[in-house]
Ligand binder design. Structure first.
Ligand code: SAM
Ligand code: SF4
Length: 472
């Protein structure tokens, strides 16, 4: 049996923290915002005595934090749920209870349908109500029935979530990593015709500057040195500033850069229409803002861009790239591209290749168009065969791979400040990030974890660099 709820949660109904340790298995699909949301869910459950495990069979609570952006992403969740059903019955046979939760955008889009297709699921919780996770898990166990909460509650989840804690994904024994995400803006009002985000994440909302600054200071106190500000349309940020007025992303970045101890800031994902002059000026003037920008253009033909409701042309995008490069000449550019949008001709696809040739990206994400139920593009004429989309994607990815290799190769011989984040697979090796967001491998002592150290780049692969630590 399923139950739809949008009851606000009173403190009295909250389960009390427990000392006995339970296990949580958390898996995030899709974008960085899901990684952030997963951490926040893990932190809440950690407060109730749940420690993270990598072993699903050991987990009292399984959370799949899902992505609905393409069909494949949703299908992956259903196949994972098939595997989980078996694990749940094996645990049941051993007298162990398992609460299976589907969170994120598939939860929002499919709601009770998930429980119908996958009866092992106990709880479906949308991206705007996951601050209720502890209470919902508690209720699922008490009431022995599936609960679906895909409401857009009055209260903002950001105001209800506990303070950031030292743990990642709820494991209190792990130190917090040197890098973290902070969601500053969520939802989208742009309604690109291919995209589900405005339906699954809802209307655009910007968090107040003071709350973001508090979260950042807290993360810094826990050892974080680099923060990526997240939003579906992060450069459309317009949160309330300390003066009561709406602040832009540029104002927010300048403000956060003054927090003692924060050494690097990044932001993603941006829309070309919201790349304002003040933001370009921050790229020029603010050394803590890293020289890397992810700026999706989606397609190179103006007719397709108009059908996508992108509200920019290819020429607009190229002009913008020129302005960005004149503000910050060494900036590394990344993008998102869709091939095979309904009605896309071979000539229109070639316009996408031409735009990629013109810009020269350091990195990029490219996708076959996937019809998403409920979006305007899904019912447009001219849906293309999978084979045509696959062949175009291959040609595009060959070109993007060449550009990425060439950008990486151009780094050999240079010395970059690298923020070491984790240990490598080989003994004595650490992995960090260059200012351009490349992974950098180097022989280094673990005492350098969490520190920014000069590394001379000695070799470049398609997806990473390797180098040697140099004296500061
Ligand atoms: N807000 C960002 C923007 O304005 O470009 C992108 C957000 S979306 C989560 C990430 C990327 O997924 C998009 O840039 C787009 O390239 C891709 N995407 C979204 N919907 C898609 C669809 N229906 N089919 C294929 N790719 C899609
Ligand atoms: Fe989706 Fe980005 Fe377009 Fe918003 S701007 S509808 S998130 S692709």
């Amino acid at each position: 049996m399923t139950h739809e709820t949008d009851d606000p949660v009173g403190d009295a109904s909250m389960p009390r923290p427990v000392v006995a340790s339970k296990r949580l298995y958390m898996r995030a699909f899709g974008c960085q915002m899901n990684v952030y949301d997963s951490e926040r869910m893990g932190e809440q459950m950690s407060d109730l005595g749940y420690a993270e495990t990598d072993d699903m069979a050991d987990a009292d609570l399984i959370v799949l934090n899902t992505c609905h952006i393409r069909e494949k992403a949703a299908e992956k969740v259903y196949s994972e749920l098939g595997r989980i059903r078996q694990i749940k019955s094996q645990r049941e046979a051993q007298g162990k209870e398992t609460v299976v939760t589907v969170a994120g955008c598939v939860a929002q889009a499919e709601g009770a349908e998930i429980v119908r297709r996958a009866p092992a699921v106990d709880l479906v919780v949308g991206p705007q109500s996951y601050h209720r996770l502890p209470e919902l898990v508690h209720r699922t166990r008490l009431e022995s029935r599936a609960i679906v909460d895909t409401s857009f509650p009055e209260e903002s989840k950001f105001e209800k979530l506990p303070e950031r804690s030292a743990s990642r994904a709820g494991n209190r024994d792990l130190p917090r990593a040197a890098t973290a995400f902070v969601t500053v803006q969520e939802g989208c009002d742009k309604f690109c015709t291919f995209c589900v985000v405005p339906y699954t994440r809802g209307a655009e909302l910007s968090r107040p500057v003071a709350r973001i600054a508090d979260e950042l200071k807290r993360l810094v106190s826990l050892g974080v040195r680099e923060v990526t500000l997240l939003g579906q349309n992060v450069n459309g940020y317009h949160g309330e500033g300390p003066d009561g007025r709406a602040w832009t992303l540029a104002m927010l970045i300048r403000h956060l850069a003054q927090v003692a101890g924060i050494e690097r800031l990044r932001y993603t994902t941006s829309h070309p229409r919201d790349m304002t002059e003040d933001l370009l000026a921050v790229h020029r003037d603010e050394p803590k803002l890293m020289p890397y920008l992810h700026l999706p253009f989606q397609a190179g033909a103006d007719r397709i861009l108009a059908a996508m409701n992108r509200k920019h042309t290819a020429a607009d995008y190229l002009r913008l790239i020129e302005r960005i490069r004149s503000a910050r000449p060494d900036i590394a550019l990344s993008t998102d591209i869709i091939v095979g949008f309904p009605g896309e001709t071979e000539a229109e696809f070639k316009a996408t290749l031409d735009l990629v040739e013109d810009v020269q990206f350091a990195q990029a994400y490219s996708f076959k168009y996937s019809a998403r139920p409920g979006t305007p593009a899904s019912t447009m004429d001219g849906q293309l065969d999978e084979a045509v989309k696959a062949e175009r994607l291959q040609r595009l990815q060959d070109l993007l791979d060449r550009q990425q290799r060439s950008f990486n190769a151009s780094c050999v011989g240079k010395t970059f400040p690298v923020l070491f984040e984790k240990t490598g697979r080989r003994e004595g090796q650490l992995i960090g990030r260059s200012p351009y967001l490349q992974s950098v491998h180097a022989e280094a002592q673990s005492a350098l974890l969490g520190r920014i150290i000069p590394v001379e780049i000695m070799a470049a692969g398609p997806n990473s660099l390797s180098g040697a630590v140099r004296a500061a």
